[in-house]
Design a protein around this ligand. Sequence first.
Ligand SMILES: *Cc1c(COP(=O)(O)O)cnc(C)c1O
Length: 391
Amino acid sequence: MASDPLVERMRAFGTTIFSEMSALAVRTGAVNLGQGFPDSDGPAEMIAAAGEALNSGANQYPPLPGIPALRAAITAHEQRFWGLTRDPDSQVVVTAGATEAIAASILALCEAGDEVVCFQPYYDSYAAAITLAGAVRRPVTLRPGADGRYHFDEAELRAAFGPRTRLLLLNSPHNPTGKVFTADELALIAELCHRHGVYAVTDEVYEHLVYTDAETPHIPLATLPGMADRTVRISSAGKSFSCTGWKVGWATGPAPLVSATLRVKQFLTFVNAAPFQPAVAVALGLPDSYFTEFRDVLQARRDRLVEGLRDAGFGVLPSAGTYYVTADITPLGGADGAEFCRAMPQRYGVVAVPTQVFYDDRDAGRHLIRFAFCKREHVIDEAVRRLRAPA
Ligand SMILES: *Cc1c(COP(=O)(O)O)cnc(C)c1O
């Protein structure tokens, strides 16, 4: 018998880097700026609504597409912030986090051998979902330019599209780089989707985390001319409402794409998170002030960490959004981010994540590591104190 029972196409995937680095932080007592989870609770109204739901019988299977109150809240939220009009009955599906929406939409839309254009570095579940579908990823590299911001090469993007391209997978605001795709970049992406008859799947879990000094606001790809009809737009409560453990996500889009996603999703988890669904509906209905205050808090934390990283000698790349900032380790004598991150608990008492694991072309990100700043201020301050005084 083969020594590894895992199917061949999944063997290149180890344990996710987040689990590995979080375990390392626990084992060494290091400050964990690796995995992107907040260390404080989300809005009190939302937590209270979950408690109420738990105590009033919302503990059985919810409807397959999600409870009506949540689907209505998702469409109202999309309308309020992005001007998108979707029918809550046929154009929304609630999923077990954005992760399930991503996997279900890729599995629903890709035949074996189809190609998926995505940007690298990419969120690690993309590569796994594409591989599970038997599809092939065509990554286009984001590289720091002279201005420090991440850019892609137009010719490289054009060349990634071809006769087998089925999907374009876009994450903006982008993890791990903090890049927010501009109107011009999105227009080019949309043009290529139209020209090649390609569907888009967009991961917008950081839709509310674009900072006030960003060069562009967040623009959902689905709001570009003609794109609402070919885009599955994915988001989730985890990042916007500091409840990553609840795993309540959703996909919206034209009815045929949502229905295809739903038909796969029903055999992955069927449904999830019954008592959290009404609570997320409450959160999505919070006034605009919740969203701007949340952004301002995260922006202040970003600034605190960025300043500390600069003082500690890292080459900090500007982050316009998300929970993250990336840093170049070469000014500190580092060459390989994976090696550097494994040594960080000893050297600094801090954990970060090497971004090379999010690239097919590891050399493109070998010298870069990612820090999460979605942590309480005293945690960031302690991390900064340690980073300034290495062992
Ligand atoms: C955290 C994250 C997800 C996963 O969201 P869940 O709702 O926890 O499944 C997906 N995409 C990106 C880019 C993320 O950072």
